[in-house]
Ligand binder design. Structure first.
Ligand code: DLZ
Length: 171
C-alpha cells in the first residue's frame, strides 16, 4: 500500500495557507487518552505553527469517539468556526463494536460537514491495536493530528473563497 511507504505527516509547509484569520474548534475523545492527547498536541501545534491564534482555538472533550459528531455539532451551532477537527482513536476489540463506532462517526461528521458547510475533519485513528495507534500518534507513521490540522487549514481557506457566494447544488 502506498501509504505504508511514506510518512504522510511530512508535507510542504510553504503550500499551507496562513491560518491567522481562522477560528478552529477541536473535539477530543477521552477514550484511549494517551493516543488522543498525542494527536491533539500534534494538531494544536500545527495550527499555531501556521499562524492560528491561541485564543481562536476552542477545545472541548467528549467521552468517546461516538460522541465526536454531537461535540462537533455543539461547536458548529455557534456559527463562528471555520473548521472543526475531531480527534479520536477506536481500537479494534474482540467484538465488532469498533465498526459501529467508526461508521457512525464517519457518517455523522460527513453529514454535519455537508449540511452545515463547516468542514469537520475526521482525525480518528482506527487501528487494530495500540501499537498501530502509537505509530500514527507521533511514531514511524507520523502524527495524524498534524495531518488533521493541515486539512482543517486548507478547508478553512477553501471555504473562505466561497463565503458570500450563493451556492447551487445539483443541476
Ligand atoms: C465503548 C467504547 C469502546 C469499546 N471502545 C472505544 C474506543 O476504542 N475508542 C473510543 O473512542 N470509544 C470507545 N468506546 C466508547 C464509545 O465511543 C462511546 O463513548 C460509548 O459507547 C458511549 O456512547
Amino acid at each position: 500500500m502506498a501509504s505504508a511507504l511514506k510518512n504522510l505527516s511530512e508535507y510542504n509547509e510553504a503550500t499551507i495557507p496562513d491560518a491567522s484569520s481562522f477560528q478552529f474548534g477541536i473535539v477530543v475523545a477521552e477514550w484511549n487518552e494517551k493516543i488522543t492527547h498525542a494527536l491533539y498536541e500534534g494538531c494544536y501545534e500545527t495550527l499555531v505553527k501556521h499562524g492560528a491564534l491561541e485564543d481562536r482555538i476552542k477545545t472541548i472533550q467528549v467521552p468517546g469517539s461516538f460522541e465526536l459528531p454531537i461535540g462537533a455539532k455543539l461547536l458548529a451551532a455557534n456559527g463562528k468556526y471555520d473548521a472543526i477537527i475531531c480527534i479520536g482513536c477506536v481500537i479494534k476489540g474482540e467484538t465488532s463494536h469498533n465498526e459501529y463506532i467508526n461508521h457512525a462517526v464517519a457518517s455523522g461528521l460527513t453529514n454535519l460537514s455537508v449540511l452545515s458547510s463547516i468542514p469537520c475533519v475526521f482525525g480518528v485513528l482506527t487501528p487494530d491495536d495500540e501499537q498501530q495507534a502509537l505509530e500514527r500518534a507521533g511514531g514511524q507513521h507520523g502524527n495524524k493530528g498534524v495531518e488533521a490540522a493541515v486539512t482543517a487549514i486548507r478547508l478553512a481557506s477553501l471555504k473562505g473563497q466561497f463565503s458570500g457566494k450563493k451556492q447551487k447544488i445539483g443541476f
